[in-house]
Design a protein around this ligand. Structure first.
Ligand SMILES: *[C@@H]1O[C@H](CO)[C@@H](O)[C@H](O)[C@H]1NC(C)=O
Ligand SMILES: *[C@@H]1O[C@H](CO)[C@@H](O)[C@H](O)[C@H]1NC(C)=O
Ligand SMILES: *[C@@H]1O[C@H](CO)[C@@H](O)[C@H](O)[C@H]1NC(C)=O
Ligand SMILES: *[C@@H]1O[C@H](CO)[C@@H](O)[C@H](O)[C@H]1NC(C)=O
Ligand SMILES: *[C@H]1O[C@@H](CO)[C@H](O)[C@@H](O)[C@@H]1NC(C)=O
Length: 576
């Protein structure tokens, strides 16, 4: 008799959580105790990705502690070994030589000590020169989710895969919240950076009332940590800052920088926070005043809910690391499912990682640019091309000859005039709302034009990824959408019209480029060379496997030319 009551309570709890999100009440995750230990009898291959990272089965969320060490890339991730919804969390562990083909190992961290008995939550890795890697992570010490910060080190640094990690008794926990802080919103330590004053520094996410903040700690020996007087930065009304990430970027070129590079005049810093309240992230670009232990965003970077985003879609809890082997900074994030928990239990899996992306500062220094790591190209097989294809209003042309459900496509569109651009209404501040008003089916002036991905032959289902250009008083406004509303005939799915604005100047160059990585249940798109990016999770019912099609389309009065398009069938990555 207890079961139905219990289910009702769970349903109410989940609902409360959803309703209360905006009041700043704990929204860390919905919890489904009845589902979290149901092991899948079989794993459904139907919507599984071919080349995005996901473990063989069960639930994953945040990427943790990504690093490069002795020729091997390590990816850890929040993982439920027992079921396909959140719960029973351990640090899953996979290793790779190329960031694309992975070998899954046994979990690296699992609750084993009084200080992490109720959870081994997110954290980061730091490679100490001459000493090897150290993981900093959050341990949950009680059922009230009070959190402390811990460290773990490899049991045997000579093991090339660093399979086993130990949590030394000495000094653990290394950081606990002081009495002025709320210990249940105090988590996700960053990679530490080293300064010439002889200290390591790292950040921990938190909140005071509604103010989101990144607490700063410093240490001489990596085990005794002292809290700085002030957080490195905070912002009003942003709620809990999860998974802060803080790193330098170069003002000169695409090379990444080691996290400890500071103070030079040719760098800026990036601070990214994942907002627990809204479940999306934003970042600012600014200056790190290391003598004052302060970070101040540039006045061109909005510091709040409307700020710049790495990705305007399904992309959360991201984390970057510096790859010294190729002098680049690489960014990962968790992309959750858009179907129901019951679907996930049936599938036997939930959650994928984005394709790892190289990230650098755009010229002008006002935003970041991202692009899939070059190693992904090793999966390209059959290639098809289209060039100088004109598209009139209402026209769509198929890109034939590739596996459209598992593909990589790059296209450059051009147009001869912006005269027909629709007027922009200055009240349109939210791109996603605008895309929901002006989707691909609403014909326009210049655009909508772009790709129809994961499309069924007769377009009963398709996920359009497209641009639409508006005329504002002194400039043009470019909207990029990845609209899931027509993605599936299945109704009970989350189908947002994800969108962002694209900040490029069309006066000089009447061209826009788009790249989409299509992988069964994910469409990960990069607009204008990676300046605006959107990852969508979609679950077609007709446009699956060989029945998926890819088209280019135009639904605006201005003629559009596909200057150049290349598309590739993609091989599956090795994932064990
Ligand atoms: C601390 O944070 C938790 C989780 O958001 C919240 O439920 C609790 O009310 C907070 N405590 C205080 C004293 O603000
Ligand atoms: C450490 O790993 C190396 C390489 O795998 C191995 O040769 C060595 O025996 C290991 N040491 C211990 C103490 O297990
Ligand atoms: C923004 O800061 C720059 C210098 O960093 C300054 O020249 C400019 O006037 C500022 N703009 C605004 C709107 O405050
Ligand atoms: C183009 O617009 C027409 C008219 O609204 C609509 O029927 C059609 O579905 C649109 N095409 C796409 C690809 O959305
Ligand atoms: C991913 O799933 C959708 C649909 O359930 C939610 O609306 C999002 O909030 C969720 N995203 C994250 C980061 O949890």
């Amino acid at each position: 008799m207890a079961l139905p009551i219990c289910l009702t309570v769970i349903a109410i709890f989940t609902l409360c959580c959803v309703i209360n999100c905006n009041n700043g009440v704990e929204a860390f995750h919905d919890i489904y105790p009845d589902l979290q230990s149901i092991s899948a009898r079989s794993v459904s291959k139907l919507q599984r990705t071919g080349y995005h990272f996901q473990p063989r089965k069960n639930w994953i969320n945040d990427p943790n502690g990504p690093m490069y060490y002795n020729g091997i890339y390590h990816l850890f991730y929040q993982y439920n070994p027992k079921g396909a919804v959140w719960g029973n969390i351990v640090w899953g562990h996979a290793v790779s030589k190329d960031l694309i083909n992975w070998k899954e190992l046994e979990p690296a961290l699992y609750p084993s000590k009084p200080f992490d008995k109720y959870g081994v939550w997110s954290g980061s890795a730091t490679v100490l020169p001459g000493k090897g890697p150290v993981i900093l992570y959050t341990g949950v010490i009680d059922k009230q989710s009070n959190e402390v910060q811990l460290y773990a080190i490899p049991e045997n640094k000579s093991d090339p895969f660093l399979r086993k990690w130990v949590k030394p008794k000495a000094f653990n926990p290394i950081v606990v919240a002081d009495h002025s802080m709320n210990a249940s919103v105090f988590r996700d330590p960053t990679t530490a950076w080293w300064s010439k004053d002889g200290h390591w520094r790292m950040l921990i996410g938190g909140r005071r009332k509604d103010r989101g903040m990144a607490y700063l700690y410093r240490s001489k020996d990596f085990v005794k940590w002292i809290q700085a007087k002030h957080p490195i930065h905070s912002a009003a009304s942003t709620g809990m800052w999860e998974c802060p990430d803080f790193y330098p970027v170069s003002l000169k070129g695409k090379n990444g920088l080691d996290i400890s590079v500071v103070g030079s005049s040719s760098i800026k810093h990036v601070l990214k926070n994942s907002l627990d309240l809204t479940r999306y992230e934003y970042y600012t670009i600014g200056t790190y005043f290391k003598n004052k232990d302060k970070y101040i965003p540039d006045n061109t970077s909005e510091d709040g809910w409307g700020g710049l985003r790495y990705d305007y879609g399904n992309f959360y809890a991201s984390k970057s690391f510096f790859d010294p082997s190729k002098n680049r900074r690489i960014l990962w994030a968790w992309a959750n499912e858009s179907d129901s928990k019951e679907d996930d239990v049936k599938k036997g899996w939930a959650g994928i990682q984005s394709i790892p992306r190289t990230v650098w500062l755009d010229y002008g220094g006002k935003q970041l640019v991202q692009w899939p790591v070059e190693e992904l190209n090793s999966l390209r097989k059959k290639e098809v091309k289209i060039s100088h294809q004109k598209l009139k209003k209402g026209q769509h042309v198929e890109v034939k000859g590739i596996t459209a459900a598992q593909a990589d496509v790059e296209v450059t569109f051009s147009f001869s005039s912006l005269d027909r651009a629709e007027p922009f209404d200055s009240r349109w501040v939210n791109a996603q709302d605008l895309c929901s008003q002006k989707g691909s089916k609403v014909q326009g002036g210049v655009g909508p034009f772009g790709l129809l991905t994961l499309a069924s032959e007769k377009l009963e289902e398709f996920t359009p990824v497209f641009f639409r250009i508006f005329k504002a008083p002194n400039k043009h406004v470019i909207l990029m959408c990845s609209d899931a509303r027509s993605s599936s005939l299945k109704r009970e799915l989350y189908k947002p019209s994800f969108a962002g604005f694209v900040n490029v100047d069309l006066a000089k160059n009447k061209k826009l480029s788009l790249k989409s990585l299509i992988d069964h249940s994910v469409v990960e798109s990069f607009g204008a060379g990676g300046r605006t990016n959107i990852l969508s999770r979609v679950y077609p019912t007709l446009a699956i496997k060989k029945k998926a099609h890819l088209f280019v389309f135009n639904n605006g009065t201005e003629h559009i030319t596909v200057e150049y398009l290349k598309a590739w069938s993609m091989k599956s990555a090795r994932r064990n």
